[in-house]
Write a protein that binds this ligand. Structure first.
Ligand SMILES: C[S@@+](CC[C@H](N)C(=O)[O-])C[C@H]1O[C@@H](n2cnc3c(N)ncnc32)[C@H](O)[C@@H]1O
Length: 831
């Protein structure tokens, strides 16, 4: 099969839109496109029920038969609703709308504004309209300008034309692609939407000068799209990020003030915020990245067509939602390494001759979708910021494809050619490029963001001399690369999260550790732990780490990382934090309460173990005698007395010897836990504690945790329970926030965020004082759809169970992403 000509891509021209609410039941292809998810029909039926007219007087419903029925048209004149369908079965039945317009997909509407074809994806506020000629386009512009649908106005905007579309009459250069013809696009859920004519809108919306007749005077470069701050000195970039983070942080104060319930006094931190310009706490500054150029250890390159119409591997100039589909080579993007650029270029060259098509974002068809280049560095004590690439020792390539409906033999042969192309390209490069593993990810979804469980297949790069052919073909080798943070080695599998700027991440983690107030008697929860980086780099500073992560490969990496670095005081749980955090905290806190049950008499404490503990921990006597001094009593908040055990040395030794046996690991903890805090060195602790769990299905994981480690006595030795959370861009799940907020023993929380907006939203819930009487959440309230993240958080804060709020203590930005607007934010919350 030949690669399709770029002209097969529908020509993005101009978007024409209106909000959904003006035409709530729009059944045209705009609303029911090929990508209409399952369940849409049902939705439509529901809509229909809502609007069911009186059959004797259909015109009582103003929208009755004002839109064409797409089912009727698609199914060649049949529709299950028959004559009761509220949509028009054909042009004859079609009625004019109350605003005197016609269904824009109808012939009558088209008579008004001629056009060639249109395209819109469900849920998008923009659509694309193509025209037969410049004249047609001009007419449309004139007629559309200033038009409104309902009470919302139509906006017309350009999309960036690809150069092969420039100065060529669309009628001759771009034959109709045979789909979605003759339909203007109607959509939008938030009011104004744009009509895109032969060009693409700029992300910023103000730099583009592309014109409607297809000649572009200026479009944004890939450098500007990917690294918009690259034109500034690095010190100015830092200043800009600091200022913008300050503005975002101020929202926390404003929103928490707003959300503070009537009759409850404003917390001290809000009152004091006036002294620091409205900030919720001091922003200590911004930590610069140790490396400014070529720092990204992971780049995801899209496959598509350039402005010149050439198959290209690189970055999109904007996003699809904005009508931008052009992909440009990653040249001059200072955050990308030359190694990554070279691999993009090798792949691009390969695609020019491939027999399989590149992915078409409009039609959701094609084969080649994306190339991910992941780099692993050598350990290094001194940072060569001038030449960070000198340290790159390993490269993992992951090519995303959509194999559906392609011939297996053809696919296999293309994969073979791909392997050869990468291997030859890497070897031919001067100096040669590292190439550790090549993986193919099969993904059918609309966007390139594949689910964590999308099938992966490793392509053998060459046969190991001592590996039999069969084995090599079975891809037995684990496709992983390695990187180093804080002198620890990290194993990274293809889909596991790993900070893209490892050297700056090192700074981030150590700052988080410094703020978390760690010590040998600290139990650290590393929530959203990925490959275990935070917990493992801080493990030597705490008694124990419990990491929670939903990505099974990342958890498996975390286990391996603990092992290769000889760290034994970590337990990793593979589950969604919202599913297990409640139980995990309960598990540890329950154990704490057991200690509270200790009876202190004359400085001696008797710890009564439950039968379960006895069985689990093999403390045969069932009673352990401990003694404590008055002074120690004051120091130990858990048992009101620091426990000292004199008679279990032997027991401990036995347990240490069994450290390899996971069944015994909690017993190790038990024995160790009866040590006086600070008595055993942390190293010693590392030698005795092994409590890690392999990746399992998130749901079964929790059960198994609960069953196998009903009460983990290890917690008894911890005075200090701290959480470091590092959630994805969306922030923490509301359940996790609630669990953290309502657990009174969790006094300190370090929040690391790659999106300060979601940090603020989560902090509103964590820091707003409780009302005397908690409001019940209204599940039926659909107003949330239009709420900001902060508004939603304020709303949720009202139904937060009565609990002591946290207060923001300090914050610091850490720049992991030079040349871009992004930056990490760390905030310490205490109560
Ligand atoms: C920003 S990354 C941080 C990873 C890690 N702390 C690090 O620095 O490498 C967020 C991590 O949260 C995980 N994640 C996302 N949603 C989650 C959830 N609901 N429960 C647990 N982990 C989640 C992701 O898989 C990802 O590994």
């Amino acid at each position: 099969m030949a690669a399709p000509s770029p002209t097969n891509e529908p020509l993005p021209t101009q978007t024409l839109t209106e909000p959904n609410d003006s035409l709530p039941d729009q059944p045209s292809d705009a609303a029911l496109t090929d990508d209409t998810p399952l369940g849409e029909k049902r939705k439509r039926e529901d809509d229909q029920k809502d609007q069911e007219p009186n059959p004797t007087n259909p015109s009582a419903t103003p929208l009755w038969k004002t839109s064409l029925c797409s089912f009727f048209r698609r199914q060649s004149g049949s529709c299950s609703h028959g004559s009761t369908c509220r949509y028009a079965h054909g042009e004859e039945e079609l009625r004019q709308r109350p605003d005197n317009t016609w269904d824009p997909t109808s012939e009558r509407a088209k008579k008004g504004i001629p056009f060639k074809s249109s395209k819109k994806k469900k849920g998008m506020t923009v659509g694309f309209v193509s025209f037969e000629s410049v004249e047609q386009l001009k007419t449309a512009l004139e007629q559309l300008e200033g038009k409104s649908i309902g009470n919302k106005s139509i906006k017309v905007a350009d999309v960036i034309p690809r150069s092969f579309e420039k100065n060529i009459k669309p009628t001759t250069a771009f034959p109709q692609n045979g789909q979605e013809t003759g339909k203007p696009v109607i959509s939008g859920d938030d009011g104004d939407v744009s009509v895109t004519l032969n060009g693409a809108q700029n992300v910023d919306g103000n730099e583009d000068n592309s014109t409607v007749n297809g000649s572009v005077t200026s479009v944004r470069s890939v450098r500007d799209a990917v690294t918009p701050l690259a034109h500034m000195a690095y010190s100015d970039q830092l200043e800009q990020k600091k200022m913008s983070n300050m503005q975002i942080l101020k929202r926390l104060t404003r929103n928490a003030r707003k959300a503070c319930p009537n009759g409850v006094s404003l917390p001290e931190w809000i009152l004091k915020s006036r002294e620091i310009g409205g900030l919720p706490c001091i922003l200590e500054g911004i930590l610069p990245s140790p490396v400014i150029n070529g720092y990204r250890n992971k780049c995801e390159f899209s496959v598509g067509y350039s402005l010149q119409g050439k198959i290209t591997v690189g970055f999109m100039l904007g996003n699809f939602r904005e009508g931008v589909t052009a992909v440009e080579e990653p040249i001059n993007c200072p955050n990308v390494s030359t190694i990554a650029c070279k691999y993009a270029s090798i792949f691009q060259e390969f695609l020019q001759h491939s027999d399989l098509p590149v992915w078409n974002r409009f039609k959701n068809t094609g084969f080649w979708r994306q190339l991910t280049v992941r780099e692993g560095r050598r350990p290094e004590t001194t940072i060569d910021s001038e030449n960070p690439e000198a340290n790159i020792a390993e490269v993992l390539l992951m090519v995303q494809v959509s194999t559906m409906s392609f011939d297996e033999a053809l696919v296999a042969s293309e994969f073979e050619k791909l392997t050869q192309a990468f291997s030859a390209g890497a070897a031919a490069s001067v100096p040669s490029l590292p190439l550790t593993a090549l993986v193919v990810q099969d993904h059918q979804g609309i966007s390139n963001v594949a689910p964590a469980d999308a099938p992966l297949r490793q392509l053998p790069l060459g046969k190991e001399p001592d590996v039999p052919e069969m084995e090599a073909d079975k891809n037995l080798v684990d496709p992983r690369i390695h990187d180093y943070i804080s002198n620890l080695k990290f194993c990274i599998s293809p889909t596991a999260f790993f900070q893209v700027n490892s050297l700056a991440a090192e700074k981030l983690y150590s700052l988080a550790g410094d703020w978390a107030g760690l010590g040998p008697d600290t139990l650290l929860f590393d929530i959203c732990c990925g490959t275990g980086t935070i917990g493992l780099t801080l493990a030597h500073r705490v008694g124990m780490v419990v990491g929670v992560e939903m990505n099974a490969s990342a958890i498996s990496d975390a286990h391996r990382n603990a092992e290769i670095n000889g760290i034994k005081n970590c337990r990793f749980v593979c589950a969604k934090a919202e599913d297990v955090m409640g139980s995990l905290l309960e598990e540890y806190m329950n154990a704490t309460q057991l200690q509270d049950e200790c009876q202190i008499s004359e400085g001696a404490v008797e710890v009564n173990c439950t039968t379960e503990e006895k069985d689990g921990c093999q403390i045969s006597e069932g009673v352990v005698e401990v003694s404590c001094t008055t002074e120690e009593k004051v120091e130990c908040p858990i048992s009101e007395g620091v426990v000292e055990v004199s008679s279990i040395t032997e027991e401990k030794d036995i347990l240490v010897n069994n450290a390899e046996d996971p069944e015994r690991s909690s017993c190790l903890s038990a024995a160790d836990s009866i040590q006086e805090p600070g008595e055993s060195s942390n190293q010693e602790l590392q030698n005795v504690n092994i409590a890690s769990e392999g990746p399992r299905e998130p749901d079964s994981q929790l059960q198994s945790n609960c069953q196998s480690e009903n009460v983990n006595p290890l917690v008894q030795r911890f005075k200090n329970v701290v959480a470091i959370v590092d959630p994805p861009r969306g922030g923490l799940h509301p359940t996790v926030i609630k669990v953290i907020r309502t657990n009174p023993l969790l006094r300190r929380l370090v929040y690391i965020s790659c999106n300060p907006e979601s940090l603020v939203a989560n902090a509103i819930e964590l820091c707003t004082p409780s009302a005397e009487k908690t409001e019940k959440g209204n599940r039926n309230n659909r107003g949330w759809r239009n709420m900001s993240a902060a508004g939603l958080a304020r709303n949720r804060a009202k139904s937060m169970p009565h609990s002591e709020p946290f207060r923001p203590v300090k914050s610091m930005a850490v720049d992991l992403f030079p040349h871009t607007v992004h930056c990490e934010m760390v905030m310490l919350l205490e109560r």
